[in-house]
Design a protein around this ligand. Structure first.
Ligand code: ADP
Ligand code: MG
Length: 681
């Protein structure tokens, strides 16, 4: 079996399972190996049940009470009830749709039962849908860590775990060349294997660190290589500023802020200098980065070249495209923009490819579909990436390889603590937009618990009746991954029965088709939808100034910087806006974290606090889910590894290490972990 083999070649995976795996973007053996568990379960020694253990997931031993098995039908479900005897006490178990257990259970055999213990008011023990093991079965897994994978409908943890087990030690995983860089480094292949099936927690942590190191070295190496390359490239024909941008600036309904003016001046200087631009514009959410990107692309187009604007989600790409088309009409701009998305039909794509290669169009807006091999540019000289940190190393490589000499401009709204930004982007020129447009009122925030839900709904209702709109954010797309988390689909249903019928509720998530996403976003912009329940797919860039409330469910599950981004969806116009962070946890650490947001609207301050508040060891709790294009690394939690990685890369760039550097670059390009696909969040 090869890394590129189809998952269907794995024993036990048929068409149906393969289809479910595809939903998780697992199509090849490689995808499967890089599918990292979200947590582990430790199968501890069976315990003696007591009331204090209420709510805990645990295992206990017991015998079935003979004749206690009964099944009743309620609606579409079969409910089976059976009583077990444990230390002389009854434990009541309930199973769904498993009437066949009756035949399998043997009252003379001791079982180990594992599940979440419920203790009734009268002190009775019960469990719902627990797992049953014979003593032999349990002792074979006792003390071991079992991986728990993010799931989707039609997949069980067991299916994934079994499949990984079958391939992990059999396929040949290419070496990444980094073993010698750090003392005590295990091989990349070993690390991947231990990521799934570690012998203990320490082994898992070591494995994880090794893979994070791989991700960080790849990233920093790529950034440094790019910077070195672009720095030495010169353009024979520097761009010149034309009347187009000057006229546009005069016609805009607002004046640029001073910080925007400065950023635009920096960019113009780069473009006029006759050298390659390699610049990042960093500015807090809502600081107005889009217009700066447009100005650069318009100047490039006016000089007769093609430029690309790449966004991390289709929703955002579409929004940028529509905005530019609207500006073209309104201000009579002399440009020819086109949209290119991965989910377009083959026929539509083909016609877009033709327009691009014939240089009919000069501004191409899209997702990373713009860098597929099939796209041939005619005079590509500029690549602007919005929210660039979300793109993985692979995508960056693809970009730079497309045009021979390209001006690179990256826009980033994620304020990164300065110390980390220097490590990650130290070789890039930086323009900071540290000022918001003057019409903005600071967002009013609150951090609340579940009890506040009703009040929040009333508040949203009032805002909607005042003519505004609202977002509600849930961490999950649909039921399945984790029952303790709210999901968009069910939540939207619940909300529409909660609100009076004149309030229109709808939902949005990344797993919808492009048409669906489009029509929902369009309806929201057109005020046909009042309350939009969404996953974090709207986190980046979405601009609907009439929305004034955002309520974030399970706020404890998100990183602070991410919450700040989400909050940035409101406060974009001149009305007072509000953000409700609803947490189902109210322990001290959670509250301390969320209160940082309550007391500050300044992204940079929040990022610094986030870094301070988090320590290593917070492996599964809060992650800036894929925010920097890393599959598992987290620049906050893993900041020490990030520093190590930077030190190693700096060492490699010393002149006498050239051959080592070349070898590592070659090895890495074979073994790179794919970056997360953001369209599906
Ligand atoms: P971000 O930096 O988050 O990408 P956007 O570029 O989406 O922000 O801008 C947010 C909103 O502010 C948009 O509606 C945009 O038209 C508006 N805007 C941009 N610059 C200014 C300005 N100088 N004055 C007033 N509004 C502005
Ligand atoms: Mg933006």
């Amino acid at each position: 079996m090869l890394l590129d083999s189809d998952v269907k070649e794995i024993k036990g995976i048929g068409d149906k399972t393969a289809a479910s795996l595809k939903k998780l973007h697992i199509e090849t053996v490689k995808d499967l190996i890089f599918y990292i568990p979200r947590d582990f379960t430790l199968f501890e020694e069976p315990v003696a049940l007591s009331a204090e253990l209420s709510g805990k997931t645990l295992s206990f031993g017991g015998y079935m009470k003979a004749g206690s098995f009964s099944t009743v039908k309620k609606g579409r479900l079969d409910y089976s009830h059976v009583t077990f005897i444990h230390n002389g006490k009854n434990v009541y178990l309930t199973f769904f749709n498993m009437p066949y257990l009756k035949k399998q259970l043997d009252p003379s055999v001791e079982y180990v039962i594992r599940g979440q213990l419920e203790v009734g008011k009268n002190g009775a023990f019960s469990m719902t849908q627990p797992k049953l093991y014979t003593l032999e079965q349990y002792s074979s897994i006792q003390g071991s860590l079992q991986p728990m994978y993010p799931l989707t409908k039609g997949l069980s943890n067991n299916i994934i775990s079994k499949a990984v087990k079958q391939v992990i030690d059999k396929v040949d995983i290419p070496d990444d060349g980094l073993d010698d860089l750090k003392e005590g480094c295990i091989s990349f292949a070993q690390a991947l294997s231990n990521m799934h099936f570690p012998i203990n927690y320490d082994a898992f942590i070591l494995a994880r660190e090794r893979i994070v190191f791989h991700e960080f070295v790849s990233f920093i190496l790529q950034m440094k290589t790019e910077a070195n390359e672009t720095r030495n490239i010169s353009f024979d024909k520097p761009l010149i500023e034309t009347a187009d941008t000057v006229r546009l600036l005069e016609q805009l309904p607002y004046k640029l802020t001073n910080a925007q003016k400065k950023a635009w001046a920096d960019i113009r200087n780069d473009l006029e200098s006759g050298r390659c631009m390699n610049r990042m514009v960093q500015g807090d959410v809502g600081s107005g980065k889009t217009i700066i990107a447009f100005l650069a692309l318009i100047m490039n187009a006016a000089n007769g070249y093609q430029g690309v604007l790449m966004a991390p989600t289709e929703v955002l790409a579409k929004q940028h495209y529509e905005k530019l088309v609207q500006m073209k009409a309104e201000y009579k701009l002399n440009i020819n923009p086109i949209l290119l998305l991965g989910s377009m039909s083959a026929k539509d794509k083909k016609s877009v490819y033709t327009s691009i290669s014939s240089s009919e169009v000069n501004i191409i807006i899209g997702t990373h579909a713009v860098f597929q091999n099939k796209v041939e540019y005619k005079h590509l000289t500029m690549v602007v990436t919005d929210e660039q940190h979300r793109f993985g190393v692979k995508q960056r490589e693809a970009i730079v390889n497309k045009g021979e000499k390209v001006h690179l401009l990256v826009m980033s709204a994620t304020p990164i603590p300065r110390s980390l930004a220097m490590i990650m982007y130290g070789d890039i020129d930086l323009s900071l937009i540290n000022e918001l447009p003057a019409n903005r009122l600071p967002i009013k925030n609150c951090v609340v618990g579940k009890d506040f839900r009703k009040k929040s709904y009333e508040f949203i209702e009032k805002e909607v009746h005042d003519g505004h709109q609202a977002y509600v954010i849930c961490p999950q797309v649909e039921e399945g991954l984790d029952d303790n988390l709210e999901n968009v689909v069910d939540y939207a249903k619940k909300l529409s029965s909660e609100f009076p019928s004149d309030i229109i509720t709808s939902y949005l998530h990344g797993k919808m088709s492009l048409e669906q996403k489009d029509s929902i976003m369009q309806d929201f912009k057109d005020k046909k939808i009042d309350v939009l329940v969404s996953t974090t797919v709207i986190e980046v860039g979405i601009d609907v100034p009439n929305a004034t409330v955002i309520m974030i469910e399970n706020a404890e599950r998100f990183g602070l910087a991410q919450l700040h981004q989400l909050r940035g969806r409101v406060g974009r116009g001149d009305s007072q806006s509000y953000c409700i962070f609803l947490s189902t946890k109210n322990d001290k650490t959670t509250m301390e974290r969320l209160n940082v947001l309550n007391s500050s609207n300044d992204g940079f301050k929040i990022a610094d606090e986030d870094l301070k508040l988090r320590g290593p060891g917070d492996l599964f709790g809060v992650r800036q889910s894929g925010e920097f294009g890393f599959t598992i690394g987290d620049i906050y939690n893993d900041s020490k590894i990030l520093r190590d990685a930077a030190d190693c890369v700096n060492e490699l760039f010393k002149p006498n290490n050239q051959s080592k550097l070349d070898a590592i670059i070659a090895a890495l390009s074979n073994s790179n972990i794919n970056s997360v696909d953001f369209r599906t969040i």
